[in-house]
Design a protein around this ligand. Structure first.
Ligand SMILES: Nc1ncnc2c1ncn2[C@@H]1O[C@H](COP(=O)(O)OP(=O)(O)OP(=O)(O)O)[C@@H](O)[C@H]1O
Length: 723
C-alpha cells in the first residue's frame, strides 16, 4: 500500500484552483473578444485570430508541476503563468527567471531552496508528489551523494510508455539541460551529447525559452530545422504544447523554395564535392564567367540607321555594374538601364554629328530585340535550375569554373549529360539554393535557428542556413559520433565556422535518458570499432534485459521480424522495425500481405504500435523496442557502417532485438549466441550445460579451462564452473 503524501489534499486543491483561474480567465477573455463590436474588417479579423490563439492556448501538458520553497516564500511552477483576481501570481511560468532556482536545485546543490516538490498529474488529478530537496540540516545535504542527481520524478516520467510522438518535459528538465536551455550566448550554442541525452528536447525547450524571454529574437522569427520530415513529424508537437505556435518548423530539404525536389541518390564522392564549401566558389565563378562582352562593338538597328556602341564602352559599363556586387538579376536591371543610357548617348552624338534629329529615347532602345539579345549575351538570366543544369552539362564551363579549385576527378563527379534530365539530389538542392541566392539575393531570414542532428550537415547546407540567420544566432544539436553521411568531423568548429563568424560555445550533455544500459553497451562496440576517442553517454535506464539475437533464414526473415513486432504489439509496447533502405519496400509489402498494421516510418506515420523505419531515417527517433533486421545489409549499404549501426541500435527505451539470416557484422560476435525465433525464454548457461552428454560436458570444461588459463586465472574458472 502506498502512503499518501501528507500535503496531498492541500496541493490537489491548489492545482484545481490554478486550473479554475485559467479556465475562467480564458472564458472571460473569449467573451470580451466575442462581445467586442469591431468597426473595421481588419479589426474583426485581428480579433478572430486572437480568439483562435486563445482557444488553442489551453495546451495539453500539466498546468502546475512544481513548487519551491525558500525562506518566507513559496512559488508554484507550471507550464504557463496564472494570476488570480487580485493579479497575484498563482503559478510562475517555467520559462520565467523566477523559475530558474527550481531547475538549478539538486540534492547536492540546492541553492537557497528548502523544498523542491514535483507533481505528477493526469487529467487535473495529482497522481504523485515527489519531494526532492528538503533542507533539514546543512549536514544532510553535504552527505547526499551518488545517483541522487537523477530525480525521482524524472525516472517516473521516463517509465511512461511512448505514444509515437515526442513530449515536452518542462516538469523534469535537469540542471545540466537547463543551463543549455537558458544559455546567454547570442551566437552559436552547440549541444553535443550521445544518443538519448536530450539534445532535441533541450533544443526545443531553448527555442520556447527564447521565444518567451527574447521578444527581439521572436519578432525576427524563429526556425527549427530537422534533417528529415519523419523526424520533424516526431517532435513537431512539442513547441505547440509549450504554447509556442509561431516558430517555423521545417525539414532541411524544404529550405530550398524553388522548383527542384530531391528524387535521386548519388555516390558519396559526388555528394562530398557538391557539399563542400569549394562548391560555392565554383558557382560564384561560373556565374561571373557568363558575364562580359568580348566583341568589338554592338550594332543596334534603328529603322534604316544603326546605333554603334564600341566594345570597350560596353566592357566599362559591365565592369562598373559588376563592381556593385548586387544579386545577379538586380544587377542586370541596373545594366539594362546603363546600357540603354549608353546607347541613347551614342545615338544622340551620332545624330548631332550628322545634323539629324534624335530618333530614339532610352525606352525605345530598351524595346529593341537586338538590344535585349545583346543584354542576354552580356548578362544572361537563368533560373537556378537552368543555371546548374547548364553548368553540369557543359564540360568547358565546368572546367573553367573549377580550375584550381576542384581536381579533374572531382569535376568529373559533377558532370552529367543533359540526357540525365532533372534527377536532382539532396546535395544539388543546396547548390541550387546557393545559385538562387547569387541570382536573386532574397531569402527569408530568422532571428534564431535551431538545428537538429547537425553533425551531418555539409558546408553548403550550413551556408544555406547561415544566409537565413544573419545575426548568427544558432542552437546546434548533434553528436559527432552519430555522423553517418559523408561529413564526419572531429570537431564542431569545422561546421560552425560556416554558420557564423563568432566562436561557438560547446556544451556537453552526458546523461543518457533513452537507451537501456545493456543495449547501449552493445551499440557502443560499434563506436569502439571507429575510434577509442568516441564514448557513449552514461545510461540511467535499466530496460527489460539483454539485447536478443535471433538467427533465421533468408526465407523466414520477413515473417520472423514481423512476428516479433506482433509480440511486442501484444504487450502494448511501441516498436520500430529498422531495416536497410533496400529492404524497406519488401518489408512494407510483406506486412501488407499478412494484414499486419505497420506504420510507414518513411512518411512519418508513427500512429501504429509497430513502425517500419528505413535505417537512413532512424536518426533522432525513439521507440520502446527496436528490432534491427539484417544488420549486415545495413552495414553494407552505409557510408559509415559502424556509426549507422550505433544510431539504429540506440533508438530503444526498453529492448533491442536483432534478427539476422546473414552472418553478423563485427562488434556483435560476443553476444551472438544465436537462438531460433520463438525461444522467448533464453535458457541459462547451466541449463544448457546440463543438456550435454557427460562426454561433451568434459570436453567443454577442458576447452573453457584452457581459454580461461590463457586469459585469466584457472581459479576463477573453477569457481565459475562450480556455480
Ligand atoms: N529532462 C528530461 N525529462 C524527461 N525526459 C527526458 C529528459 N531529457 C530527455 N528526456 C527524454 O529522453 C529521450 C531522448 O531525448 P532526445 O530525443 O532529446 O535525445 P537526443 O540527445 O536528441 O537523442 P539522439 O542523439 O538519438 O537524437 C526523449 O524521450 C526525451 O523526452
Amino acid at each position: 500500500m502506498t502512503v499518501q503524501h501528507p500535503e496531498f489534499e492541500q496541493e490537489q486543491k491548489y492545482v484545481e484552483h490554478a486550473y479554475d483561474l485559467l479556465d475562467r480567465g480564458l472564458a472571460e477573455a473569449e467573451q470580451n473578444i466575442v462581445n467586442f463590436d469591431a468597426l473595421h474588417r481588419s479589426t474583426a479579423h485581428a480579433l478572430n485570430r486572437a480568439l483562435a490563439i486563445l482557444r488553442n492556448s489551453r495546451g495539453s501538458g500539466q498546468l502546475v508541476f512544481g513548487r519551491m520553497d525558500r525562506e518566507g516564500e513559496q512559488l508554484y511552477i507550471g507550464r504557463r503563468r496564472v494570476y488570480d483576481e487580485e493579479r497575484d501570481l498563482v503559478v510562475v511560468g517555467w520559462h520565467a527567471p523566477a523559475a530558474a532556482s527550481f531547475y538549478d536545485a539538486t540534492p547536492q546543490d540546492p541553492g537557497d531552496l528548502t523544498l523542491k516538490r514535483v507533481f505528477i498529474e493526469e487529467d487535473r488529478r495529482l497522481q504523485r508528489i515527489v519531494d526532492e530537496v528538503i533542507r533539514a540540516s546543512a549536514e544532510s545535504i553535504a552527505t547526499s551523494e551518488g545517483d541522487a542527481t537523477i530525480s525521482d520524478a524524472l525516472l517516473q516520467e521516463l517509465d511512461r510508455s511512448r505514444d509515437g510522438a515526442m513530449r515536452e518535459v518542462v516538469a523534469t528538465i535537469q540542471a545540466e539541460q537547463y543551463r543549455v536551455i537558458r544559455h546567454e550566448s547570442d551566437g552559436v550554442v552547440v549541444v553535443q551529447g550521445g544518443p538519448g541525452t536530450g539534445k532535441t528536447v533541450v533544443g526545443l525547450h531553448r527555442a520556447a525559452w527564447l521565444a518567451f524571454n527574447r521578444p527581439d529574437i521572436r519578432q525576427q522569427g524563429m526556425l527549427v530545422v530537422a534533417p528529415s520530415s519523419a523526424l520533424l513529424t516526431y517532435f513537431s508537437g512539442v513547441l505547440p504544447s509549450l504554447d509556442v505556435s509561431d516558430i517555423d518548423q521545417m525539414d532541411l530539404e524544404s529550405l530550398y523554395g524553388g522548383e527542384a525536389r530531391a528524387t535521386a541518390i548519388e555516390t558519396a564522392e559526388a555528394a562530398r564535392v557538391k557539399g563542400s564549401a569549394e562548391m560555392s566558389v565554383v558557382l560564384q565563378r561560373a556565374l561571373q564567367q557568363r558575364i562580359g562582352w568580348d566583341e568589338d562593338e554592338l550594332l543596334l538597328p534603328l529603322g534604316a540607321d544603326r546605333i554603334r556602341i564600341p566594345g570597350d564602352d560596353i566592357r566599362q559599363v559591365v565592369d562598373d555594374v559588376r563592381a556593385r556586387t548586387l544579386p545577379h538579376t538586380e544587377a542586370r536591371d541596373v545594366l539594362r538601364q546603363a546600357m540603354s543610357a549608353l546607347a541613347s548617348k551614342r545615338h544622340a552624338e551620332d545624330q548631332r554629328l550628322q545634323n539629324r534629329p534624335v530618333r530614339a529615347t532610352e525606352a525605345t532602345i530598351r524595346r529593341l530585340s537586338a538590344f535585349n539579345n545583346a543584354l542576354d549575351r552580356m548578362w544572361p538570366t537563368f533560373t537556378p535550375e537552368e543555371f546548374l543544369r547548364s553548368l553540369y552539362s557543359t564540360q568547358s564551363w565546368l572546367t573553367a569554373a573549377a580550375d584550381g579549385i576542384l581536381t579533374s576527378d572531382e569535376r568529373a563527379r559533377l558532370f552529367r549529360s543533359t540526357l540525365d534530365g532533372e534527377a536532382w539530389t539532396r546535395a544539388d538542392l543546396f547548390c541550387l539554393d546557393e545559385a538562387s541566392y547569387l541570382l536573386n539575393g532574397d531569402v527569408m531570414t530568422y532571428g534564431h535557428i535551431v538545428l537538429d542532428e547537425a553533425q551531418d550537415l555539409s558546408p553548403m547546407e550550413a551556408r544555406a542556413l547561415a544566409r537565413r540567420c544573419p545575426s548568427g544566432s544558432f542552437t546546434v544539436l548533434g553528436d559527432l559520433a552519430q555522423a553517418t553521411g559523408v561529413w564526419v568531423r572531429d570537431s564542431w568548429e569545422e561546421l560552425t565556422s560556416h554558420l557564423a563568424d563568432s566562436r561557438a560555445s560547446i556544451n556537453t550533455l552526458s546523461v543518457g535518458y533513452r537507451v537501456p544500459a545493456l543495449a547501449l553497451e552493445l551499440a557502443a562496440r560499434q563506436l569502439r570499432l571507429v575510434s577509442t576517442e568516441l564514448t557513449p553517454p552514461q545510461s540511467i535506464r535499466a530496460g527489460r534485459g539483454e539485447p536478443q539475437m535471433w538467427q533465421t533464414s533468408d526465407d523466414e526473415l520477413f515473417d520472423d521480424v514481423l512476428d516479433l513486432a506482433g509480440r511486442y504489439r501484444a504487450e502494448g509496447l511501441t516498436s520500430a522495425v529498422i531495416v536497410a533502405d533496400s529492404l524497406y519496400d519488401q518489408f512494407l509489402d510483406a506486412a501488407a500481405g499478412r494484414g499486419d498494421k505497420l506504420g510507414d516510418g518513411r512518411d512519418g506515420d508513427f500512429a501504429f504500435e509497430a513502425t517500419l523505419v528505413p535505417v537512413s531515417l532512424s536518426k533522432g527517433l525513439e521507440f520502446d523496442v527496436v528490432i534491427l533486421a539484417e544488420p549486415a545489409l545495413v552495414a553494407a549499404e552505409s557510408v559509415q557502417a559502424a556509426r549507422q549501426l550505433y544510431v539504429a541500435m540506440t533508438r530503444c527505451t526498453q529492448q533491442l532485438d536483432i534478427v539476422h539470416s546473414a552472418p553478423l557484422p563485427a562488434g556483435f560476435a560476443e553476444l551472438a549466441a544465436d537462438q531460433p525465433v520463438g525461444a522467448i525464454e533464453t535458457p541459462s548457461l547451466s541449463e544448457l550445460f546440463s543438456l550435454l552428454t557427460e562426454q561433451d560436458q568434459a570436453l567443454v570444461e577442458a576447452l573453457v579451462r584452457r581459454l580461461v588459463v590463457r586469459g585469466g586465472s584457472a581459479v576463477e574458472m573453477d569457481e565459475e564452473l562450480a556455480r
